[in-house]
Ligand binder design. Sequence first.
Ligand SMILES: N=CN[C@@H](CCC(=O)O)C(=O)O
Ligand SMILES: [Zn+2]
Length: 396
Amino acid sequence: MATTLLTNIAQLVTVDAAGTVMENAAVLIAEDKIQWVGAANDAPAADTVHDLKGKTVLPGWVDSHSHLIFGGDRAEEFVARMAGESYAAGGIAVTTSATRSLSDEQLTNLVTARRAEALSMGTTWMETKTGYGLELMEETRHAQLGRSLVDTLTFLGAHLVPAGIDADEYTDLVAGPMLDAVAQYVDFVDVFCERGAFTQEQTRRVLQAAQEKNLATKVHGNQLGPGPGVKLAVEFGSHSVDHVNYLEDSDIQALAGSWGTWDPQTRTGQVGTVATCLPACDLSTRQPLAPGRELLDAGVPIALASNCNPGTSYTSNMNFCVATAVLQMNLSLSEAIEAATYGGALALGVQDLVGSIEVGKRADLHVLDAPVAAHLAYRPGMNLTHSVYRAGQLMN
Ligand SMILES: N=CN[C@@H](CCC(=O)O)C(=O)O
Ligand SMILES: [Zn+2]
């Protein structure tokens, strides 16, 4: 078995359950897995040695929320927003028309380039969603094409009710024939439960249909105002509810309750619903930042994700999301790193495979050109990513 040793790591942030941070550390990779973690002085021999000369190593980012399958951009809408317009779900239709006009090859090339861009900035596991097709053939095309381009794929036929169709009729299409057509390609089913998108009852119908097919679920909820999204996600045992900008105490309690038997010290027990915060989106839509601090204080595991999409968050830079969470959401650096790695993995149900640097996990490693991880927030906006290993392979 081919082995590679990464050594002379000034700071190794493992994101294991104990939050172990080591100085002068080394990591041994065997094929695609982590085989050994410890002090550089005790490191075993390896076929290849990479001397990191005092850099920092973190787990690769797990970006658990993005919408990469799109054509065109919405710079004009963004500029209007910066001049005072508010964000509304209707903008999704602009992207839907731009996307429908692209060939399979054009769309594949765009998604591939976006995935590569994220990888170059440390994202080793990435989720993306359909949701700019909004009719049966087009949603199916996006699901087919997206399947091999990302790590986790989510069906978001319930993103917007297209013009000219009755909302209930469209919901039936999503929960019926559309879901039947995409089910074989996707890992999750998601619904945008919001004013201007899908109501509580319509959301429930789609989640119910997903559950009947044994598909895991997610909800876009409480983004533009208080609403039923969080409680529905908890009720249906969704892996995550995403955005969570407008929460009432009862929403936070419902989320905390879903983690009642989970022990964060050992990471055992039943997983509940992760609250996924999307700080780049909150800045770009001028919404209040999601209350990540309050959620953590209430015992709710959170994820940080990019929400890369052309409407509300045209960035896949997780370093930026982590820096914003520290600077603006009052998370500590280690809380923010955990949310962007292990938290994202929990939100996608892949926490046994990725999200921390532990023996047996996939060797997904993010090397920072910095002596300590604190530089992520201390030097915001700087290009700190030195190199990225995905499944044991050096990617750049
Ligand atoms: N909120 C709903 N969906 C996307 C935005 C989609 C768009 O505006 O194109 C989001 O997660 O922010
Ligand atoms: Zn989204």
